[in-house]
Design a protein around this ligand. Structure first.
Ligand code: CO
Length: 212
């Protein structure tokens, strides 16, 4: 790719926006008020805004390898905190995708150096759901199911944070688990039943305000 082309693209994009709406950038520069926090994979084929058909300013986006929400990851934790406590988003989406390289790597035993601790989080998802996954004979189907279960577990990780629990007590905030199917371009809502899923574990993860 010719990197100079990007600046030419940018120039024509600016012009196009201004032609449609002369105050586009001056309005945009006044601040953001997105309703959605989107946590997705860094995969170059899964471009958050484009696949959702949303405009700049509508979605707060966080992407990393395999759309993970590790509780010690300062970046993911800061994004959630800022989106929930300050931007007051109404929805948090974790969006995985079939044929995710990160998930695939976690299904193999290769030592990938610095990626090991990151992918270990996905191996832990596999361990948690080992019986279900090992019962799937077709390897591709097992891989796709791990992508879905990983989304589910990362949604649970979102709900484990104090900020999200506080928001759930004080206002409407909804968590969504989605998968993007790279083969068809379709976005699939996993329709995760969080009430059922969290029934037996919230006693462990509940975080209340501490009264002084
Ligand atoms: Co991926």
């Amino acid at each position: 790719m010719d990197i100079k082309r990007i600046f030419k693209n940018n120039e024509s994009w600016v012009q196009k926006k201004l032609d449609l709406q002369p105050d586009y950038f001056s309005t945009m520069s006044q601040g953001q008020n997105p309703d959605i926090l989107y946590i997705g994979c860094s995969d170059s084929r899964v471009s958050a805004e484009e696949l959702m058909g949303v405009a700049p300013g509508e979605v707060f986006v966080h992407r990393n390898i395999a759309n993970m929400v590790p509780n010690t990851d300062l970046s993911a934790m800061s994004v959630i905190n800022y989106a929930v406590a300050h931007l007051k988003v109404k929805h948090i989406v974790v969006c995985g995708h079939y044929y995710c390289g990160g998930v695939q790597a976690a299904m193999k035993s290769g030592d990938l150096g610095i990626l090991n601790p990151w992918l270990r989080n996905i191996r832990d998802v596999y361990r948690t759901h080992k019986d279900e996954l090992n019962a799937i004979e077709n390897e591709e189907e097992r891989y796709k199911r791990l992508v879905e279960l990983n989304v589910e577990e990362q949604c649970i990780n979102v709900i484990k944070t104090a900020e999200v629990q506080k928001a759930q007590r004080e206002r409407n905030i909804t968590i969504h688990g989605w998968v993007f199917d790279i083969h068809s371009g379709k976005l699939i809502d996993l329709n995760i039943d969080f009430i059922k899923l969290l029934e037996n574990i919230m006693e462990i993860y509940r975080l209340d305000d501490v009264k002084e």
